[in-house]
Design a protein around this ligand. Structure first.
Ligand SMILES: [Zn+2]
Length: 252
């Protein structure tokens, strides 16, 4: 990822993966030059609800997919509680379909876990479930919720991934993304930035696949200003910001 200050020409790196060049006109093309197919990496973006990966990481996911990497959008829940007045099963079916449509726009693969929206759990079985998923998927990079978040499902998701990362001896690079910073993500600070100017329109197209969520206000009032602010920090029009978790010694 791009290291912001004064490095407008720096390559954007995500866990050692170039995902574009701030100075390049076509970031995905630049990334393809730098990442031959044999160096194809696997990136999991794990969000609590259908629309979290898209709204927070959508521009970066498009860049990575365009550069030839395998990108998986993991949905911790199917958004069962996310459509007022509708039962869980029906809402889950609608929101799963919307997520699949969004993934098709971004060129990534959807994967659904088994937690329930609004009732997510932290217990021994859920710790094991997350660890086993990551053991099975064998990602090079995981991007998930910053655990200090006012939405309980977001916090739970981040905590379970963090625990799995440690139990698996930190065998992948771990990054956190931000969601509606100031109202949901709290005390988030960025260590890495990705210039998403070239993929922002596609990101929004993916976000608006979530018709049931009516995301216009979320994008106009929250994620849009966040993208511009993060862009100001790294001298581009729009950016997504991440926090790279680094622990020099094993803690478990
Ligand atoms: Zn969410």
């Amino acid at each position: 990822m791009l290291k912001a200050a004064g490095s407008a020409a720096a390559l954007t790196i995500l866990g050692g993966i170039p995902v574009g060049a701030a100075a390049a006109k076509k970031p995905a093309e630049a990334a393809m030059t730098l990442v031959p197919h044999k160096d194809r990496k696997k990136i999991l973006v794990i969000g609590a609800h259908p629309d979290d990966p898209e709204t927070s990481v959508g521009g970066t996911m498009c860049l990575l997919a365009d550069a030839g990497h395998e990108v998986v959008s993991v949905y911790f829940t199917r958004g069962e509680a996310g459509i007022p007045g509708m039962g869980h099963a029906e809402a889950a079916a609608i929101r799963s379909r919307e997520a699949e449509e969004a993934c098709a726009v971004m060129g990534v693969r959807p994967l659904f876990m088994t937690q329930i929206d609004g009732s997510t759990e932290v217990n021994a079985d859920r710790y094991r479930e997350m660890r086993e998923l990551l053991e099975q998927e064998k990602p090079d990079v995981v991007i998930t919720h910053w655990p200090i978040d006012s939405h309980r499902d977001h916090a739970v998701c981040g905590i379970l991934v963090l625990d799995a990362w440690r139990r698996l001896d930190r065998c992948f690079e771990l990054y956190y993304f931000e969601v509606m910073t100031g109202t949901q993500s709290q005390m988030f600070y960025a260590s890495d930035w990705v210039d998403i100017t070239s993929t922002r329109d596609r990101k929004y197209k993916a976000c608006y696949c979530h018709v049931s969520q009516d995301l216009k206000e979320t994008m106009d009032d929250w994620h849009g200003p966040m993208e511009r602010f993060r862009g100001l920090e790294c001298r581009c029009e729009a950016a997504e910001a991440f926090l790279h978790h680094v622990e020099p010694v094993s803690l478990v």
